[in-house]
Design a protein around this ligand. Structure first.
Ligand SMILES: Cc1cc2nc3c(=O)[nH]c(=O)nc-3n(C[C@H](O)[C@H](O)[C@H](O)COP(=O)(O)O)c2cc1C
Length: 336
């Protein structure tokens, strides 16, 4: 597993593993030529799971379990603290099963991050004898404010050693969400959430959904590269066929935003977010926050990237005449 995590990082940083098309470009915020507001007074702060963030941004869970991950998580944690935004860690399976690597996740506790999100995979809930206990361990490991259960069956199907038995996940998700005291989030990892999936978990105690839609990092692409390296031609081809699989993030929001609003579920839009203008579009389509992985992992300067995110979000709000995120939620957005 250690090697797999290392390979994922190496591939995502070294190769272009994004979807061939970014669906945020299908949408346009309608320009207001007379905004009648002062850009300096725009307020982009928000509350997510009762925690105040200075911007509707979460560094999406990516890594842990290897020594490189400790360095990356620490760099990301510094930025999350500096800008007072949310942060998730990668799947904590490695830390739960091997205490030697706990510090690659728990390093983020050193920083004052307003919202820390623990992470476990739905396939692991099926493997573990006591999933609730393991989820609590993950929460304690980083002193988390919420727990994300990730859904990654696209990746599992392409990964040569993947877990292809998804039977029983819904019951486990329900059990965990009812037994854990922290807010529990369902998080796709690049293939999106449909209305049908929303309905499958509607009677659980889930309080957050990260649609994790298509358009950004493609785990089918990542696994295609891994399969190529070990000369597994079949899985490599499968990875190429499913490279662009999934519900694009903005369309996933359109699918479930009204259902989430009615059910009081916090909605996070991760997948293909490149800058603050994409964040603005996500909020206008009903998200409470955006999540970002690739753009933060592959950038040259995290500080500059964050500044560009915040400035472009505010510029998008200024040019649509929105003083705060509530106004942005009501703004006109056209699909092109
Ligand atoms: C190297 C890497 C590792 C990831 N590992 C995890 C993980 O362990 N758990 C998880 O929920 N998501 C994981 N993700 C998925 C991201 O959280 C995010 O949903 C996905 O990359 C889409 O966002 P992006 O287009 O901004 O990259 C990972 C992403 C990357 C790039």
């Amino acid at each position: 597993m250690k090697n797999r995590k290392k390979e994922h990082l190496k591939i995502v940083i070294g190769e272009d593993v994004r979807h061939s098309y970014n669906y945020w470009d299908d949408f346009m915020l309608v320009h207001d030529a007379l905004p009648e507001i002062n850009m300096n007074e725009i307020d982009i702060s928000t509350q997510i799971f009762g925690k105040k963030l200075n911007a509707p941004l979460i560094i999406a869970g990516m890594t842990g379990g290897i020594k490189e991950a400790k360095i990356i998580n620490e760099e990301l944690a510094k930025i999350a603290e500096k800008y007072s935004i949310g942060m998730g860690v990668g799947s904590q399976r490695a830390g739960i099963e091997n205490k030697d690597v706990v510090d690659s996740y728990s390093i983020i506790k050193k920083y004052n991050i307003p919202l820390k999100i623990a992470n476990v995979g739905a396939p692991q809930l099926l493997e573990w004898n006591d999933p609730v206990e393991k989820c609590n361990e993950a929460i304690e490991m980083i002193d988390a404010d919420a727990l994300a259960i990730h859904l990654n069956f696209l990746q599992e199907v392409i990964q040569p050693e993947g877990e292809r038995n998804a039977r029983g996940c819904i019951d486990e998700i329900k059990e965990v969400s009812e037994s854990i005291t922290k807010p529990v989030i369902i998080k796709e990892t690049g293939a999106g959430i449909s209305r049908k999936v929303f309905e499958k978990i509607a009677d659980s105690s889930i309080v957050g959904i990260d649609v994790g839609g298509a358009g950004g990092t493609s785990f089918s692409a990542v696994e295609a590269y891994r399969a190529k390296k070990i000369k597994n031609k079949i899985q490599e081809e499968l990875g190429k066929i499913f490279w662009d699989w999934g519900i694009p993030t903005p369309y996933s929001l359109i699918e479930i935003a009204d259902l989430c609003r009615d059910a009081g579920i916090t909605l996070i839009a991760t997948g293909g977010i490149r800058h603050g203008l994409d964040v603005a579009k996500a909020i206008a389509l009903g998200a409470d926050s955006a999540g970002v992985a690739n753009a933060f992992l592959t950038c040259d300067s995290l500080n500059d990237t964050m500044e560009i995110f915040l400035k472009s979000l505010k510029a998008g709000m200024f040019l649509t005449g929105c003083k705060n995120l509530d106004e942005l939620r009501e703004v006109e957005i056209w699909s092109l």
